[in-house]
Design a protein around this ligand. Sequence first.
Ligand code: ZN
Length: 244
Amino acid sequence: MDIQFLGTGDAFGSGGRFNTCFHVRDSVGAFLVDCGASSMIAIRKFGVDPNAIRAILITHLHGDHFGGLPFFILDAQLFSRRTAPLVIAGPPGLRDRLATAMENFFPGSTKVQQRFVLDVHELEPRRTHDVAGIAVTPFVVKHACGAPPFALRLGVDDKTLCYSGDTEWVDGLREAAHGVDLFIAETYFFDKPIKFHLDFATLARHLPDLGAKRVVLTHMSPDMLARAAATGFEIADDGVVISV
Ligand SMILES: [Zn+2]
């Protein structure tokens, strides 16, 4: 699979980076992991065809991770003229929070009948779900966002990928990332442990137990961005494509 990082920033645009959004290409087609508020801009900037995206997987219900969905859905209806079904899958509460976000941003938009089938799934943790051909296993992590936040373990073709979402260190991450081909990990600060977020020092302490084959750091604050190169780890950046 190929992964293009469309957005690798935090909620506040640190480093001029877009909100979280990863574009994954597999043998079936393409899907997104998270769709933060700025994701339609990133999709246009990097020349991604939104109609070729069959599914959008959401880790948690913060604007910088799911706030791009109203824009994506409206673009699909009004400009991209989508006809193919779209599956959106994420934590319990996704259906209501998505409807509220759409009504807040574009009143009346939830009353419009789409020209494509829009399927919103709320995923049960610790179960493997087949979402449009992707094996999705969510693990509950620790991040206050009004609904259960997930780390996602994905089976894509014959590879495994884990994205931590936003979270402080929890044991669930050990299972979510165990032995994966690629672990994309939030690294908000360098060594300052703060509630609900992961710092590099804590992550580095746990990495030997995980056995992840490749680790890429993302979602960095200005503090972490300034010290990222010194870690010697791979750093996600907007627009970069990696193959796994
Ligand atoms: Zn968050």
